[in-house]
Design a binder for this molecule. Structure first.
Ligand code: CP
Ligand code: NVA
Length: 303
């Protein structure tokens, strides 16, 4: 059966832990002789309906390093942008390529692509989820703090957005202790919260950043206005007053805490320049790990 990676729930807890281990190996072995080439002779379509720096470049480099051919497809310059249904695109692309990564708005578009195509589909971010990023973040926590991953306390400060939802799914899968501070009206998806708790995640949603960050080993935030929400930026700036992760807030975290941000960051809004450039920040390792983790995921899906 064709496996897809549309959500953190698509991998078992054991597979997530194994992929973290594999991504660590790929990081250590990068550029050394004997690199695996599971994509030799294969082409991977990388479809983007939204902007990207990290996802596009890390997937293109990753496919190349696994011996395959990456093909960038801009939705607006293809027939997708003129309304060709995703189910038709799925069937056509499945005749050409061996794997598809899609960055899109609706999670349903990804589900439809996976349902009608015959090759594995990877979610490269939707309005609901960003699972490749959270897999890379788990690798970063494993490397920077150590394993097992459920030893640590996790905090999310800010919008209950796609990143927050994927972290909640990760908490469900790995039984993590995760506290999220979100302003009223900007809380994460209730259905995902309920399912993650059912799977064993120790998850609390609170109003005040101080209540989420107290004693946390891993502190995470993201932009207040995600792609597609630009028109709400001013309203959101007001709603998120007090949610800036600065040195004063971070002082309440555990000793040796690490700060994560999927990037791009808005310094002075969700995070201070001092925190992102400071000793707790691991954001550049986090960005690098997109490459290694996505190689591990692609290797797993085409095996
Ligand atoms: N973090 C992340 O997905 O970055 P891009 O939007 O640059 O791909
Ligand atoms: N929440 C952000 C993440 C960007 C990588 C967005 O969706 O724009």
């Amino acid at each position: 059966m064709t496996r897809h990676f549309l959500s953190m729930f698509d991998f078992t807890p054991g597979e997530i832990v194994a992929l973290v281990g594999r991504a660590k190996e790929l990081r250590a072995g990068r550029g050394k002789p004997g690199a695996p080439a599971p994509l030799a002779g294969k082409t991977v379509a990388l479809i983007f309906e939204k902007a990207s720096t990290r996802t596009r470049v890390s997937f293109e480099v990753g496919v190349h390093e696994l011996g395959g051919h990456p093909m960038f497809v801009s939705a607006k310059d293809s027939q997708l942008g003129r309304g060709e249904p995703i189910r038709d695109t799925a069937r056509v692309l499945s005749r050409y390529v061996h794997l598809i990564m899609l960055r899109t708005f609706s999670q349903d578009t990804l589900i439809e692509l996976a349902r009608h195509g015959t090759v594995p589909v990877i979610n490269g971010l939707s309005d609901l989820l960003h699972p490749c990023q959270v897999m890379s973040d788990l690798q970063t926590v494993a490397e920077q703090r150590g394993e097992p991953l459920d030893r640590w306390r996790y905090a999310w400060i800010g919008d209950g957005n796609n990143m927050a939802n994927s972290w909640i799914e990760a908490a469900g899968q790995l039984k993590l202790d995760l506290r999220l501070a979100c302003p009223p009206g900007y809380r994460p998806d209730e259905g995902i919260l309920a399912e993650a708790r059912r799977r064993g995640g120790k998850i609390r949603v609170v109003d005040r950043p101080a209540d989420a960050i107290a004693g946390a080993d891993v502190v995470n935030t993201d932009v207040w206005a995600s792609m597609g929400q630009e028109a709400e930026a001013e309203k959101r700036r007001k709603a998120f007053a007090g949610f800036l992760v600065d040195d004063a807030l971070l002082a309440a975290a555990a000793p040796g805490s690490i700060f994560l941000h999927c990037l791009p960051a808005h310094r002075g809004e969700e995070v201070s320049d001092a925190v992102i450039e400071g000793p707790h920040s691991r954001v550049w390792d986090q960005a690098e790990n997109r490459l290694h983790m996505q190689k591990a995921i692609m290797e797993f899906l085409v095996r």
